[in-house]
Design a protein around this ligand. Sequence first.
Ligand SMILES: NC(=O)c1ccc[n+]([C@@H]2O[C@H](COP(=O)([O-])OP(=O)(O)OC[C@H]3O[C@@H](n4cnc5c(N)ncnc54)[C@H](O)[C@@H]3O)[C@@H](O)[C@H]2O)c1
Ligand SMILES: [Zn+2]
Ligand SMILES: [Zn+2]
Length: 348
Amino acid sequence: MKALVYHGPGQKAWEEVPDAAIKEPTDVVVRVDTTTICGTDLHILQGDVAAVTDGRILGHEAVGTVTEVGEAVKGFSVGDRVLVPAITKCGRCEYCQRGMPSHCQTVGGIGWIFGHLIDGTQAESVRVPYADTSLYAVPSNVTNEQAIFLADSLPTGYEVGVLAGQVRPGNTVAVVGAGAVGLSAILTTGLWGASKVIAIDSNKFRLDKALEFGATDAVEAGATTVADVTALTDGLGVDVSIEAVGYPETLLTAVSLVRPGGTIANIGVHGVPVELPMHEMWIQNVTLTMGLVDTVSIPTLLKMVASGRIPAEKMGTHTFTFDQMDDAYDVFKNAAANSALKVIITPA
Ligand SMILES: NC(=O)c1ccc[n+]([C@@H]2O[C@H](COP(=O)([O-])OP(=O)(O)OC[C@H]3O[C@@H](n4cnc5c(N)ncnc54)[C@H](O)[C@@H]3O)[C@@H](O)[C@H]2O)c1
Ligand SMILES: [Zn+2]
Ligand SMILES: [Zn+2]
């Protein structure tokens, strides 16, 4: 089969590799019908993720069809259309039982294993461990182009942003960064009845998208961001401030937007330490949350997509085939310049 193989910083190739095969009785093999690229894949290609070594097949998001089933698998059969999420879970370890499979002990101490600790989904086929507890059947009225965004970006914006931030009816919410993840938070904040959702980004195209995705206001990131958001919230600041970029300055912006008693929900993956103004924050009764997505909200999100409440398909702006993998990466890497959000990649 063919797959996108990582060959060290800056190097990848769509090349011939051994076929994906069952190794454990709890595995299935899934033929990949749709995959996509995540910002994390770009970090890996920059050499930022040391655990990913030469020869690893990239990718941790897929929708596909089961082609082989291990003998212990009970819930899936050949031919089933399934969502392969970014997080794999054994279902039995301390963290899985606590509903926190992001730290599944059985699969390697961290639930994100595809394209990281084992071969990933940017391939014609992928081996899926712990299939019974990790895969999701895709309802017939949800398309592959909708379901693919439930593998990672939608649950991330929802769980690490909206749920961790405890958005409640009437709340005012700021989302710093309107990329796929920030837009996912914007798309799902309304489900909890936020009265105002303020998108903040430095990119005009992303701000326009944010308004399309349900933001009530768009603020261009800059010197007046805090004043602009304060003015939009009766001088109080927001109840929930979601950070979806991953830079020290954007977390500091998110912190400066929250009102006393509010929550700052950090989603961004940070590459360097951030110095926080604790001498000002301690007296504000604020909560700061952070974490790796668990993807446990997928069943909820699938229902909301199926019923039309979440238009997940809006996330896909460009479509490519497997043999255009390099072009897909180029467009995604320069997403802002290409008016791109997420790319959809299919066999042909
Ligand atoms: N916690 C998790 O489990 C988890 C999972 C997936 C992704 N993430 C992280 O979430 C973050 C967002 O992911 P994404 O895929 O949406 O990234 P993205 O690069 O597509 O989006 C980031 C957005 O931030 C904007 N931006 C850049 N600098 C800014 C600034 N100074 N002020 C305001 N906006 C600015 C960009 O224009 C862009 O629209 C990343 O850090 C990613 O690694 C976290
Ligand atoms: Zn990802
Ligand atoms: Zn586990």
